[in-house]
Design a protein around this ligand. Sequence first.
Ligand code: HAM
Length: 421
Amino acid sequence: MSTQKFQAVRGMNDILPDQSGAWAFLETTLRRWLALYGYSEVRSPVLEPTGLFVRSIGEVTDIVEKEMYTFVDSLNGESLTLRPEATASCVRLAVQHNLLYAGPQRLWYMGPMFRHERPQKGRYRQFHQCGAEALGFAGPDADAELILMTARLWEMLGLKEVSLEINTIGSLECRQQHRRKLVEYFGQHVELLDEDSKRRLHTNPLRILDSKNPALSDLIEGAPRLMDALDDASAEHFESLQALLQAAGLQYRINPRLVRGLDYYNATVFEWVTPLLGAQSTICGGGRYDGLVEQLGGKPTPACGFAMGMERLLAVLQETRTEPLPEPGPDVYVVHQGEAAQQAAFLAADQVRSAGFAAVLHCGGGSFKSQLKRADASRAAYAMILGEDEVRAGQVSLKPLRGQGEQKTVSLAQAIQLLRT
Ligand code: HAM
């Protein structure tokens, strides 16, 4: 028989047992946090019609131009795309199921997203986002709540070294006007632009401002600023947002160059950034997208939201938390020796679980010493020991594996009682 070994697709990670504790901790905290703010979970398919993303994210964005996993379903010829983000999916879901007829909606999601980017630390081709979308809220209080909410999450998680950047990109009209000014300005300095920026000059000049090329930084610094051409409504919205953030004592920096890489935004945009992840500095990004619901076939509905990259969050958490992330093990690991003990251990483990405690039964024999090593490696709080002596006396020994405490030989019922204390 020929054999073949496979590797996961490049940029798509396995989550292994020694990492899943940290993931579970993050997911549990996120669920608790989202519930505190009255958000309801939605789950949408990872595959959507390609047009959904092209229309909402924008045809000349990096994501749509070169990062989507798009293929034709050979069974019916439909063009499908693995979701690169879920705001579009969330709006599609709300419109399709008429959720907004019942009034504004606060929705959240968590799950894998797919972008064909060059993998590096903090940047993967399958990554996970947790996002929240507030649909049907026009006022700056909704934007402020979303931002404050993320700040409170960092506290809950013990996350440090993140800072907030905000900006307003105004209305569609004032962006178009700004765009014309940018094309004119960069057009006058075309010889200074790199290939990427030249290409963007007529497709998406706003993205030139986002360029990481240091050779362009002076040119970008001198570019016309959107802030200077802002429409009154956006300026007022931004002022009120800032007043709310200040009232909540939140520190932030206005970054006039913050434009975000998706086309659906207007007015508020924000990002939480960290110096710890090199080039992948954004752990959470979002903003207002008042035109998207209508663009995707719904009634005109103002909206705003954010999404955070869970891999990036975990990476920053691992570096900045004072306490290590939990690596949970079972409550007891049951070790045994001899035939009678094997059966007694099998039944004891069953009873421990019925009492609501996690029990791992040692399988595969071996000396007590090697079994206890396994017990320790399982991160169990206790080893439950059943040797010939214990079985004869109708008892078990409970040996604490973490911290202080003595081994006790007692009845199984008493041992379960000890687990409760
Ligand atoms: P985004 O900025 O494209 O926004 O992604 C949000 C977050 O996902 C980023 O800040 C980053 O933490 C994480 N992320 C993005 N790409 C990758 C990658 N290749 N590998 C690892 N992490 C990544 C959105 O997706 C919008 N839907 C956010 C939003 C929601 N706006 C309004 N509502």
